[in-house]
Ligand binder design. Structure first.
Ligand SMILES: CC/C=C\CC(=O)SCCNC(=O)CCNC(=O)[C@H](O)C(C)(C)COP(=O)(O)OP(=O)(O)OC[C@H]1O[C@@H](n2cnc3c(N)ncnc32)[C@H](O)[C@@H]1OP(=O)(O)O
Length: 716
């Protein structure tokens, strides 16, 4: 609700809708009625709008979007325009965080005040909408085009000081916000309002407007990769150069265009899915969940292994204020790691705080130093025998109640746990590289993992600023199990006529930051080659004896990646992989050597080259992965499609504007079309088991059930 209090001649309207003061329908109604009351009351000469609690407001109520409430009177635009039309001065005073609709209210007000710690932002583009309610028209008039573009299109927040410098704020206050705002309101009661109405001003620097907009457009065309919101927002900003009323009409049209686009739905889904997965439960036993399981308190963490992953994990633990004991048998490697960690922690602006964080690190070669830690994250080489040996040692040196986590990207958690006397305290915590940057933490429970251990790993993820997704134990878990099929099909496309750059280009146009071959070169082809060798699919010298070149373990197999690795072409780190790299450069250049290798492979094996359409590339690379997602749901390895989608959005660069693989299948492709497509490719490629449609998909497609509706019904 919104509260109405009078301080002499000042009416204060305070939003009170905990926890985030979102501008839900009941809040808007009360704000509107407070505004009208203040306008009618002759004793009131000025009005202050502020928020109670932790923040001013997180903006419009995203959960109301798509429901009748979003449009019910007063809608947010109606409320904002009522503020703008006020004939008594309105002062908006914000604290904490002020987002979206909150900024709209402020821009429509005559004055803006903020506490010095405030963060101001326009996250609309991230949920695929235009900042309407006059934001795209008033903001450029107040702060200029350059800053408006920066705020609206980047969705980055601004500090109070920056907002003051750009002219967004009139004053930053350090004392009590309420009394400062009331005092300020009184001081402006006699001032004329005409100049204070942002809508009546001209955009400053209009002579350089086209240059600013052109540069922004060029940047966005390069970066948007199929997402329509950023460029549409830019068009709305451009309309601020028109007379205000015309610009407002254009803003509304563009707002409507995005509002009704499927991408908005996908982005809103992604926003909510990231929050939904925090409410975890075991798919096979919903009584074990985030409400029933208590996490252990974790103050200190051991990290075992100071390679790339160990270093990244250590950095994010230290950044979260935890004590870390980093163990590495190789002293040179350990020293190198410490330098990297200290540099990373000290390299930021809040150096005092961060040097304190760096001091929480103890780096040693001695395992016994792990005796007092609450939890250990093992990050040694991806080898089952090695990990089992390490877990045996950890079991003997750590205190009995310590949790033992493994940062494996796909090995069997139960096999690792069985090397210890405490399988209930063993869990997989799969970080993604670079571990201090990527927001995903895939947590894998084994057969014996206790609810308390799961709750602790999920809590640890939140503590270090990651989104934890809980999944069951299977080879590759959820992410790598699904992702592997994408690469498999990408290679088959090479056998049938495509070049690596063709496949990458199509998937980059679809929205991925990098296509599968560029990703492989970045990650290092040898990583997966070792895995294929371990799985008995190939050897360092070529196919295992008596094995056909194009079939392994009953399935179609493409040996091209193995051939590259046998030539020492592991990707960027060796200067050559699917592409070639000139020294010191990361630019992937098509390579005639690879072209000839593919050509010869086709000729040697009687493979006919044909033209492959972009649509086929998308279907062949993405649909098997999605089909595997349905299998994962069927097998109860993920609680719902949101969990799978979040894994792909945060761990694999899946384009956010499509919502993630499962949302994309359900809402964009359509389950019926997906099923028919899988059946078509299954008939064409009978030796690839991944084209066999999952029975869950078959049932849903035949019954016309929506996956998202099905998931919403089953979610805790
Ligand atoms: C017509 C167009 C007009 C106006 C434009 C807008 O205002 S659009 C909305 C713009 N605002 C946003 O996009 C809000 C984004 N929210 C955030 O960035 C974070 O939630 C925030 C405010 C920084 C707080 O982060 P924190 O980590 O503290 O909390 P968390 O994100 O987990 O959220 C807690 C619960 O609040 C729900 N929530 C957050 N924002 C909104 C919102 N705007 N509307 C509705 N609900 C919101 C969030 O989903 C969490 O609830 P849960 O039940 O756990 O899902």
């Amino acid at each position: 609700m919104a509260e109405y209090v009078i301080y002499e001649t000042v009416a204060v309207l305070q939003i009170n809708n905990p926890p985030l003061n979102v501008l839900s329908h009941h809040v808007r109604r009360q704000l509107m009625s407070g505004l009208q009351q203040a306008l009618q009351d002759t004793a009131v000469r000025s009005i202050v709008i502020m928020g109670k609690g932790q923040i001013f407001t997180a903006g419009a109520d995203v959960k109301e979007f798509g429901t009748e409430k979003a449009l019910s009177d007063p809608s947010l635009p109606t409320l904002v325009e009522a503020v703008a039309a006020s004939n008594k001065p309105v002062v908006t005073a914000f604290h904490g965080t002020t987002l979206g609709g909150g900024v709209a209210l402020a821009l429509a007000s005559h004055y803006r005040l903020a506490a010095s710690s405030v963060k101001i932002g326009l996250p609309e583009v991230e949920i695929g909408i235009v900042p309407t309610c006059g934001v795209s028209q008033r903001l450029p008039r107040l702060v200029g085009l350059q800053t408006a573009v920066q705020m609206i299109v980047s969705a980055q927040t601004m500090s109070a000081q920056q907002a003051l410098t750009t002219g967004l704020l009139d004053k930053v206050v350090s004392g009590d916000l309420l009394s400062e705002a009331v005092g300020f309101a009184k001081s402006v009661e006699v001032q004329a309002l005409a100049d204070r109405r942002v809508g009546s001003r001209a955009v400053p620097g209009a002579d350089t407007a086209e240059d600013v907009l052109d540069a922004a457009r060029k940047r966005l065309v390069r970066r948007s990769r199929g997402a329509i919101a950023p460029l549409t927002c830019l068009q709305a900003i451009q309309a601020s150069l028109l007379p205000f009323e015309t610009g407002m009409k254009r803003e509304a049209e563009l707002g409507q265009y995005l509002w009704t686009s499927w991408q908005t739905g996908a982005l809103r889904y992604a926003f909510l899915a990231e929050r939904t997965v925090k409410r975890w439960y075991l798919p096979g036993n919903k009584t074990v969940n985030y409400r029933t399981a208590e996490p252990l308190v974790i103050n200190s963490v051991g990290v075992l292994g100071a390679g790339t992953m160990g270093v990244g994990i250590t950095i994010c633990l230290l950044q979260a204020g935890l004590k870390v004991v980093l163990i590495e048998a190789n002293k040179t490697q350990l020293d190198k790691a410490v330098t990297l960690i200290q540099r990373s922690l000290g390299g930021r602006s809040h150096s005092k705080q961060l040097s304190h964080q760096a001091m929480q690190l103890r780096a040693t070669t001695d395992y016994r130093q792990l005796g007092e830690v609450d939890l250990v994250i093992e990050a040694v080489f991806e080898d089952l025998a090695l990990k089992r040996k390490v877990f045996q040692q950890l079991d003997s040196v750590t205190k009995p109640q310590a949790i033992l986590a493994t940062n494996t990207s796909g090995l069997d958690i139960d096999k690792i746990a069985s090397a210890t006397q405490r399988p209930d305290k063993v869990i997989g915590t799969h970080f993604f590289s670079p571990a201090n940057v990527m927001r995903l933490l895939e947590n894998i429970y084994g057969r014996h993992t206790s609810p308390e251990t799961i709750a602790t790993a999920m809590q640890l993820g939140a503590t270090i600023g990651k989104v934890g997704v809980l999944v069951g134990n299977c080879p590759g878990f959820v992410g790598n199990r699904m992702k592997g099929l994408n690469f498999t099909e990408a290679m088959f496309l090479l056998e049938e006529g495509a070049e690596p750059q063709d496949v990458d280009k199509v998937l980059e146009e679809f929205g991925f930051a990098m296509g599968p071959f560029r990703v492989s070169d970045l990650a290092g082809g040898d990583v997966h080659w070792r895995r294929r060798i371990q799985a008995g699919l190939t050897t360092e010298q070529g196919p295992p004896p008596n094995t056909p070149l194009l079939y392994r373990q009953g399935n179609r197999y493409c040996p091209l990646a193995d051939m590259l690795c046998m030539q020492g072409r592991f990707g960027q780190k060796t200067g050559a992989g699917w592409y070639r790299y000139e020294s010191g450069s990361r630019a992937a250049l098509p390579d005639a050597v690879v072209h000839r290798l593919i050509l010869k492979h086709r000729q040697d094996n009687g493979l006919q080259r044909r033209n492959i359409s972009s649509q086929e590339i998308v279907e062949r690379c993405l649909y098997p992965l999605i089909n595997e997602g349905f299998r994962i749901l069927e097998e109860g390895l993920a609680a719902g499609p949101q969990d799978i989608d979040v894994i792909f959005l945060l761990g694999f660069g899946w384009p956010r504007h499509t919502g993630g693989p499962m949302y994309y299948a359900d809402k964009v492709v359509g389950l019926g079309i997906l099923l028919r497509c899988l059946e078509k490719y299954r008939a064409l490629h009978p030796r690839s088991a991944h084209w066999v449609p999952s029975s869950l998909l078959q049932t849903m497609a035949t019954q016309g059930t929506s996956l998202t509706a099905w998931a919403a019904g089953s979610r805790l």
